[in-house]
Design a protein around this ligand. Structure first.
Ligand SMILES: Cc1ncc(COP(=O)(O)O)c(C=O)c1O
Length: 448
């Protein structure tokens, strides 16, 4: 077998270098894909990525909050190989496949009533899951309007993008997206849309409630409201943890108006916040849950789980996709869930996430560039601020992230000015401490 860092070119085996690969990539791949780092990944193992020169990096991105049991967990690798030797693809539209059924049974068993007896449909990505949820909501309510949130992120294809409200950059020059989506402010107490300075979520001004009511009074008639689409923690928008009464309030609005509550768990789902699904922290149950990222164990898989009575009203051939619920992706997801259970990774996410946040909080007195630290479980955001205490510009933040890459830490951002920590849920406290130390060194160095 040829080692991954070697490849055959023109009949001879050449050593691949990171610089070569990056140059070739830049020649043929669209610049529309923004890269947070200038690193080429040759392989991954656990919480680490390695480049073609063998340099090791702490991976705080984890494939964008996806690789929950770490890179190339031997059991996931084996599950993929076993399934590949049995059945790679046959398509759910053509017949029935055991991995599809098993992952749906497993996912719903992790949910509270009524979703524990809900029904599911699998697709290939988070965006497709969101669009599936919107289609289901419109189809079964016969209504057209959707409430979504400023600071919410639901994906980039034209339908999901119509609900995304975290940056106008995603919508630039793209008029005429899916019609019928109205946005209201996400309760972001660090940067209150209603001008009430930074506060803890428990001291929230609550004006977002009046704004939603005003929207229903003036813009969207309740009889036309098909769904409210919401992230339980705004992910891309900045790891914003809303006040405790947020989801219960939305549940009440839906119950009053007959609209469906769609919770987008694409990023928060599968244990990252210390519960299998982040909506569980609020004690309510949604009508439809959108899933993606971690459920495929690193392979493309998305899906929706909805109340059975809703799914039963969706008619045959109303929705689907060629690859949705691919057997290899389902097997990788099933093995990931089994490992998470056996290794107690939800508890680990709570413990190590707290340690990470504490590390940055404690550094603040001597590292003035560290601003607000927030999140839940292993969804941690660290705002960076300039010498005047103002949020760092997004351009500077991106430079900091590139610099972190050079110091062995790979990560992305969230919101306009925060470093985003979404590592594998196997991260240890010792590793978390080392990451904090490296990040502080880089941030301090740049500030100096
Ligand atoms: C909350 C949320 N929803 C939807 C999506 C879109 O998922 P995908 O990129 O798999 O289409 C993302 C991706 O980051 C997400 O964070």
């Amino acid at each position: 077998m040829i080692h991954p860092s070697h490849e055959k070119t023109n009949g001879r085996t050449a050593q691949m270098t990171s610089a070569d690969l990056i140059a070739r990539d830049r020649a043929v791949v669209s610049p529309a894909i923004y890269r947070y780092t200038d690193i080429a990944f040759a392989r991954g193992e656990g919480v680490f990525l390695y480049d073609f020169e063998g340099n090791r990096y702490y991976d705080m991105a984890a494939g964008i909050a996806t690789m929950n049991v770490g890179h190339c967990h031997p059991r996931v690798v084996q599950a993929i190989a076993d399934q590949a030797g049995r059945l790679i693809h046959a398509a759910a539209h053509v017949g029935y496949m055991a991995p599809y059924v098993e992952i749906v049974e497993t996912l719903r068993s992790l949910m509270p009533p009524p979703l524990d007896v809900g029904k599911a449909l699998l697709v290939n990505s988070g965006s497709e899951a969101v669009e599936s949820a919107l289609k289901l909501a419109r189809a079964v309510t016969g209504r057209s309007m959707v409430l979504a949130f400023i600071d919410g992120f639901h994906g980039r294809p034209m339908g999901a993008l119509a609900a995304t409200g975290s940056s106008s950059g995603y919508r630039r020059h793209l008029g005429g997206l899916l019609a019928g989506v109205e946005h209201v402010p996400y309760p972001s107490c660090g940067r209150c849309a209603f001008g009430h300075g930074p506060r803890a979520p428990q001291d929230c001004c609550g004006q977002w409630k009046a704004f939603i009511q005003m929207t229903l009074d003036k813009l969207v008639h309740p009889d036309d409201l098909a769904a409210i689409l919401v992230e339980p923690i705004a992910g891309e928008g900045g790891y914003i943890v809303p006040p405790d009464d947020f989801l219960p309030f939305l549940r009440q609005v839906c119950d009053r108006t007959g609209a469906l509550l769609i919770v987008d768990e694409v990023q928060t789902g599968l244990g990252r916040t210390g519960r299998w699904f982040a909506f569980e922290h609020s004690g309510i149950a949604p009508d439809i849950v959108a899933l993606g990222k971690a459920i495929g164990g690193g392979l493309p898989l998305g899906g929706i789980i909805a109340r059975a009575d809703l799914m039963d009203r969706w008619w045959p051939a109303a929705h689907g996709s060629t690859f949705g619920g691919n057997p290899i992706a389902c097997r990788a997801g099933l093995e990931t869930i089994a490992i998470m259970r056996e290794e107690g990774l939800l508890e680990n996410a709570v413990r190590v996430g707290a340690r990470l946040r504490q590390g940055f909080e404690e550094a603040r007195p001597y590292a003035p560039a560290i601003g607000e630290v927030r999140g839940r479980g292993l969804m941690v955001a660290v705002d960076l601020v300039d010498r005047q205490g103002q949020p760092l510009s997004t351009d500077l933040l991106k430079q900091v992230i590139k610099s972190l890459g050079k110091h062995g830490v790979v990560m992305t951002k969230c919101g306009p000015s925060a470093l985003r920590f979404a590592p594998a849920l196997i991260l240890t406290e010792r590793q978390a401490d080392e990451v904090v130390t490296r990040v502080i060194e880089v941030v301090q160095g740049l500030a100096a």
